[in-house]
Ligand binder design. Structure first.
Ligand code: PLP
Length: 401
């Protein structure tokens, strides 16, 4: 029997006996893809160090090469290099600080520019950029989560020295989707080096995923689409330009990121991507998400605000809502007790509710920014899932409206 399907059956049985949880936090992380579970369960993976030149090492190396070729062709970036890391946080730290190091070394002025709605692993670089002698700029966004293209371009063109701009395609909290065309235009009209945070792209937007080959770097995180946690990758246009790797060691991955590669994690990226591209039905996801959102809105009249709803483009799986006068932790606890996993979008380790930095940047009040919850659906849903989910969510939400 197919191991993953037997796992699902077991889960269904244990679900009834134990938890019956509904997981709606796919922007935080996704469960392992079935093909990854099957591969791991077989236990036949290679163990050799991919840098070793013996047969066992070569077997591991082959899996890495296979994955890299797959990624380049998947994204139509055949001339790019791929380097793997432990996930987007590491990848983005490496790119931003590696850019700074390069300019410190060459004693040239440098700037890092980001948007206020970027992920914490981007906006929290300020201290290190300034420590290294660079300038850090944060662009505002509008109430709908979009930004002013002309303002960004004119600001970038006024800066003296080299600029690295971070551009996030899909916002992890709101699902607001900034098209690749806009960053392509920024690239054409400025001299900036561009890093694209593409972490929330896969399985969450429609259309093909051909990426633009004028952009300098793209970073992804495997666990967001069913690969093993602790693995990510960056596609690099020119590994020698304007950047030097932070992670020094034995020179693996052409010295872009030293350290013995996580072969299992790397190969799981290929398996998970193959699976998602076979099963992803964007039209169904859009229909079910739109249905769920409409039904939720119809419950709350003026007590529910869907953040980012007025933006021109949103991704297909995210509903980020403010429930006025109700604190995030109360909402999450109520859903948790009803066996539904969802989150606020803004992670907090202390247990105290912090206002969402993204909502504040969009101009919402501190109170509103402390009253948000995010539903993020799986990439693959079935017809009718929206209705089923609404029947589970409605009784809990109604208590606060
Ligand atoms: N960028 C975005 C847009 C994200 O959503 C995340 C994770 O939520 C990251 C970067 C960081 O990814 P990781 O936690 O896998 O390092």
């Amino acid at each position: 029997m197919h191991l993953a399907s037997s796992r699902r059956e077991l889960e269904l049985i244990s679900v009834k006996l134990t938890n019956n949880r509904t997981y709606l936090d796919y922007n935080a992380t996704a469960p392992l893809a079935d093909s990854v579970i099957d591969w791991l369960a077989k236990g036949a993976f290679p163990f050799g160090n991919p840098s070793s030149i013996h047969t066992s090492g070569k077997k591991s190396k082959r899996l890495i090469n296979e994955t890299s070729s797959y990624l380049k062709s998947f994204f139509s970036l055949n001339d790019y290099e791929v380097f793997y890391h432990s996930g987007a946080t590491e990848g983005i730290n490496n790119i931003i600080k590696g850019f700074c190091f390069h300019h410190v070394k060459h004693q040239t002025p440098f700037h890092v520019a980001v948007f206020k709605t970027d992920h914490s692993c981007v906006v929290n670089q300020r201290e290190h950029v300034e420590l290294l002698g660079g300038h850090f700029h944060q662009f505002d966004v509008c109430e709908n989560g979009e930004f002013n293209l002309e303002e960004v371009i004119s600001t970038l063109n006024k800066l003296e020295g080299k600029v690295l701009l971070n551009y996030t395609l899909v916002n992890n909290e709101t699902g607001v989707y900034w098209p690749l065309d806009l960053v392509k235009e920024i690239k054409e009209r400025t001299d900036a080096i561009i890093h694209v945070d593409a972490v929330q792209l896969i399985g969450k937007v429609s259309g093909d995923l051909d990426l633009d080959d004028s952009i300098d770097f793209y970073t992804f995180s495997g666990h967001k689409f069913g690969a093993i946690k602790g693995i990510g990758f960056t596609l690099v246009k020119d590994m020698f330009a304007n950047w030097c790797s932070l992670i020094r060691g034995g020179g693996q991955q052409q010295a872009m990121r030293s350290g013995t590669e996580n072969v299992h994690g790397i190969y799981s990226i290929k398996l998970a991507l193959e699976e998602i591209s076979q099963n992803f039905k964007p039209d169904v996801l859009k229909r079910e998400k739109d249905f769920l959102e409409r039904e939720i809105e119809s419950l709350g009249s003026n007590k529910i605000i869907i953040a980012g709803k007025k933006s021109k483009r949103r991704n297909l799986n995210t509903i980020y809502m403010i429930i006025k006068d109700t604190k995030t932790d109360i909402l999450i606890t109520a859903f948790d007790m009803a066996q539904i996993d969802l989150s606020s979008g803004s992670a907090c380790s202390s247990g105290a509710v912090k206002p969402s930095r993204v909502l504040l940047a969009m101009g919402y009040s501190e109170e509103e920014a402390k009253s948000s919850i995010r539903i993020s659906l799986p990439s693959v849903v079935d017809e009718g899932d929206g209705e089923i989910l609404f029947s589970k969510i409605q009784p809990i939400l109604s208590r606060f409206l």
